[in-house]
Design a protein around this ligand. Structure first.
Ligand SMILES: *[C@@H]1O[C@H](CO)[C@@H](O)[C@H](O)[C@H]1NC(C)=O
Ligand SMILES: *[C@@H]1O[C@H](CO)[C@@H](O)[C@H](O)[C@H]1NC(C)=O
Length: 253
């Protein structure tokens, strides 16, 4: 099982939205025969490392964030139940670990464990997850594209549900309702309370991690007085690298 490279792939996917090629395979994935249990109406993998990851997430995440990661995992498993091609390719342990551990560094506290001053929270979370997993696993240089695809969608479904026309990947409203019933969206203690407060905190207190045209940058411009990415956007960096002095041109345009 190759979790750490998978997390790095996942991270790259998360940050760049690049879609990766998927291998085709027919046989059921071997991880399907590992121990399972039922939660929120669906059979989920239940191995020692998956349990340990759940306990770790519960210990280190706020209750709201813990419920969020559990929802992404369970709705991700529902997604797999609607796509047997994908299910045959996905290592259910990697899938579970990737989703359960994807938000370890979301505390709004610069002194909190895992929270760096300058790195994006996604990177901080991936580093924390990799460190946790390293103590359990030895890695092998092997790629896991299908796992990455499935992990990506498990997380994306969480956001699709609140969005008109959001992709549901075959998961029904009834199935998703079971997930939310088990891991409520209403639980207090989610960092920032809502998505706007969640993002504004990074723009205010870790602005360097939001520059370079990240998805957070426009939120900073919209929400945080005095926030400006000017000088730090990809455009600025590219022009500087090309030796272009924009001020010289502004008068002429
Ligand atoms: C099923 O998963 C495969 C990846 O294995 C993907 O290419 C395909 O689009 C998915 N099918 C549906 C109907 O979502
Ligand atoms: C860029 O051009 C402006 C206006 O011509 C000038 O004042 C400034 O010193 C230049 N900056 C650099 C780094 O050359």
């Amino acid at each position: 099982m190759l979790v750490i490279p998978t997390l790095i792939f996942y991270l790259v996917l998360h940050l760049t939205s690049v879609s990766l090629p998927i291998f085709t395979a027919a046989a059921p994935h071997p991880s399907a025969s590992l121990p399972h249990r039922t939660l929120a109406g669906i059979s989920i993998i239940d191995t020692p490392i998956v349990r340990a990851a759940q306990a770790y997430a519960q210990l280190h995440c706020s209750p709201g964030t813990y419920n969020h990661v559990m929802r992404t995992w369970l709705s991700g498993v529902y997604h797999l139940s609607h796509n047997s091609t994908l299910a045959s390719q996905v290592d259910l342990e990697v899938h579970a670990l990737g989703l359960i551990l994807h938000d370890l560094a979301t505390h709004h506290d610069l002194n909190a464990e895992f929270v760096s001053r300058y790195r994006r929270f996604e990177v901080d979370s991936a580093v924390a997850a990799a460190n946790f997993l390293r103590s359990y696993l030895q890695s092998h240089p092997e790629e896991k594209e299908a796992d990455v695809f499935a992990i990506y969608w498990g997380n994306e479904l969480e956001f699709s549900w609140g969005r008109p026309g959001g992709e549901k990947m075959g998961v029904t409203d009834e199935e998703y309702a079971r997930v939310v019933k088990e891991f409520s969206r209403e639980v207090g203690g989610g960092e920032g309370g809502g998505i706007l407060e969640f993002v504004a905190w990074y723009c205010r207190f870790k602005p360097e991690s939001t520059y370079r045209d990240t998805w957070m940058q426009p939120f900073g411009e919209m929400l945080v007085p005095g926030y400006s990415a000017v000088g730090h956007r990809l455009l600025d960096l590219n022009l500087a690298a090309a030796g272009v002095n924009v001020s010289k041109y502004l008068d002429r345009l």
